[in-house]
Design a protein around this ligand. Structure first.
Ligand code: RB5
Length: 153
């Protein structure tokens, strides 16, 4: 699989770990940066790169990291077709894929260590969408319950 990854400065080190971890698992990674954690950057700029890669189909999944993961989650979920899930445990990542059909995993670099991050990434990539009743709910995320768009983007 091809995975798009980006962070801000606050999660640069964990991003580096995650990029290598995913590559070691045999997947291809597009690293959208930043190239170091020395300069302060704005997380929406990096969410944009990963979300566009996922929604155009260039990447199968995205991984976004910031200090808490909250800013990246808010930014990513503004993009139509992106279902970004901030996960603190492997169980959350598994269910985000199975039930919410998440296509972007979000991690908080100031909240979790690299070992836990690896388990979360592994759970996310190993889990598949269940479809069925979950697909009905996921469809409503895009259209709203009555077919009206709930967001303007
Ligand atoms: C950067 O200091 C921090 O605000 C950012 O990484 C993130 O946690 C925002 O949600």
């Amino acid at each position: 699989m091809k995975i798009a990854v980006a962070s801000d400065h606050a999660a640069y080190q964990l991003k580096d770990f995650v990029v290598n971890y995913i590559r070691e698992k045999g997947h291809s990674v597009v690293d959208f940066g930043p190239e170091s954690g020395e300069r302060s950057v704005d997380y929406p700029d990096y969410a944009d790169k990963v979300c566009k890669s996922v929604t155009t189909g260039d990447s199968d999944f995205g991984v976004l990291l910031c200090g808490t993961g909250i800013g990246m989650s808010i930014a990513a979920n503004k993009y139509r077709g992106v279902r970004a899930a901030l996960c603190l445990f492997p169980e959350m990542a598994e269910l985000a894929r199975r039930h919410n059909h998440a296509n972007v995993l979000v991690l908080g670099g100031r909240l979790i260590g690299s070992e836990l991050a690896g388990w979360i990434v592994e759970a996310f990539l190993a889990s598949t969408e269940e479809g069925g009743r979950h697909q009905v709910r996921v469809d409503k995320l895009e259209t709203g319950p009555s077919g009206d768009r709930v967001n303007g983007n």
